[in-house]
Design a protein around this ligand. Structure first.
Ligand code: ASP
Length: 409
């Protein structure tokens, strides 16, 4: 019997995952088959993420170094840098603007009171995260001993070292050609391993979604329904209309063509809630399905996975407005502008792991004097909201690689 294509298997895995998760939810977490099922789902889901994380660091390291080295040979480095950063900042600015418009228009949280959530907030102590300190810390984390960065799986520091090494290899020219070809082969062999890990993807994704759906706290979701609807609605608007429109206007590529090529990565991002764990698959989709040149994808996508987060930026701004409403504080235009900038910095600084956005959100709240403990209200529903925002984060990286490829032509 011929198996359906991997793409179809992944979609089927996702659908089965949600259906089985819902079934488990109705049975209740204490039922014996549910306990066993969740245990198995936990094992398989974690194994899938572990395998992705295993290959992540060698892949990022080789792909950036080789990408930079190849770009420099074509004298295009400068244009790639500039267009990548401009795209990242512009697309996050669009996302935050959407969140601010929707938040002001629908005012989720208005009419509710912070006091309703007192007990949730009591158990939560917000860590101080003032902007200047956060910035200093972020800067400090960029450049560390590359061996420590590689062994700790510190993606952003690996990205930085790989950039520098790539430039050094080009400067050295012929002298370092062996190191370069070693890394080139490293990249190829890493992609080969990613191909193997992908065979597990349908099961991994199914397992992750079973767990996610089965343990969802529906009561809290109900209380916060309006906020959840506004966040999901605007995130979808950004992912389904804004990003595809930017893609179409700049490259002429149709959204359907894009989604067909990108869906393996999008579904994985949804199930794992981690741009970093998804990164090996994002690179694979960009180079193999969307035909982005490896030297461009190899640069734009790993960098994007760590700093370009449209969904997270949108969420941070929306949540700040929501908490302001709960606290009965009206944010004026200047304060909303502060939210705009801090949300962007907070999103850039958030690592690509589940719920990272919640940690850096403390900074956004504190910047306009909102109670950071209020984050405790959003924690129970965060895993659910994280699915969609991570998907849009990853979508933004792939759109970015196509846009940059077109702009430097
Ligand atoms: N989970 C998101 C990501 O990996 C980050 C966040 O929490 O917003 O892209």
């Amino acid at each position: 019997m011929k198996l359906p294509s991997l793409n179809i298997q992944i979609i089927l895995g996702a659908i089965f995952g949600v259906v089985i998760g819902l079934y488990f939810h109705t049975l209740g977490a204490e039922a014996v088959p549910v306990k066993g099922g969740l245990y198995a789902a936990g094992l398989i889901g974690t194994l899938f993420i572990d395998l992705l994380k295993m290959i992540l660091i060698p892949l990022v390291f080789c792909s950036i170094t080789v990408g930079i080295a190849n770009l420099r040979q074509h004298q295009q480095m400068h244009r790639v840098w500039v267009s990548t950063l401009v795209f990242f900042i512009a697309s996050m600015a669009f996302a935050i603007t959407l969140a601010l418009i929707a938040g002001n228009y629908f005012s989720p949280g208005a009419g509710m009171q912070l006091a309703m959530f007192d007990s949730a907030m009591q158990n939560f102590e917000a860590k101080q995260l003032p902007l200047p300190e956060f910035f200093a810390q972020f800067l400090h984390s960029l450049f560390i001993n590359p061996f420590a960065a590689l062994s700790q799986g510190n993606v952003i520091a690996v990205v930085m070292f790989a950039l520098i090494l790539g430039i050094a290899l080009v400067m050295g020219g012929e002298r370092y050609k062996n190191v370069l070809s070693l890394l080139q082969e490293g990249l190829e062999v890493s992609m080969q391993i990613v191909g193997w890990v992908m065979r597990l993807a349908p099961f991994g994704i199914m397992a992750l979604l079973i767990k996610l759906v089965a343990v969802q706290d529906l009561a809290m979701l109900n209380t916060l329904a309006k906020f959840v609807a506004v966040v999901m609605g605007t995130t979808l608007l950004h992912g389904v209309v804004v990003l595809p429109l930017i893609l179409y206007l700049i490259t002429g590529k149709s959204p359907l063509w894009f989604w067909r090529g990108a869906r393996e990565a999008l579904v994985t991002a949804f199930a794992t809630s981690s741009s970093s764990a998804t990164l090996p698959i994002t690179l694979r989709c960009a180079t193999q399905h969307l035909h982005v040149k490896p030297e461009i994808a190899g640069f734009v996508i790993p960098l994007g996975a760590t700093i370009n987060m449209d969904g997270t930026a949108l969420y941070e701004a929306a949540a700040a407005l929501f908490i302001a409403n709960l606290a009965g504080i009206e944010l004026n235009l200047a304060q909303q502008l502060i939210v705009f900038f801090t949300a962007m910095i907070a999103a850039m600084g958030a690592p690509g792991i589940p719920s990272a956005g919640m940690v850096t959100m403390v900074m956004v709240l504190q910047s306009v004097g909102l109670p950071a403990e209020a984050i405790a209200i959003l924690l129970p529903i965060d895993r659910l909201l994280d699915t969609l925002r991570t998907t849009v984060n990853v979508e933004g990286d792939m759109v970015g690689s196509l846009v940059v490829q077109k702009l430097i032509k």
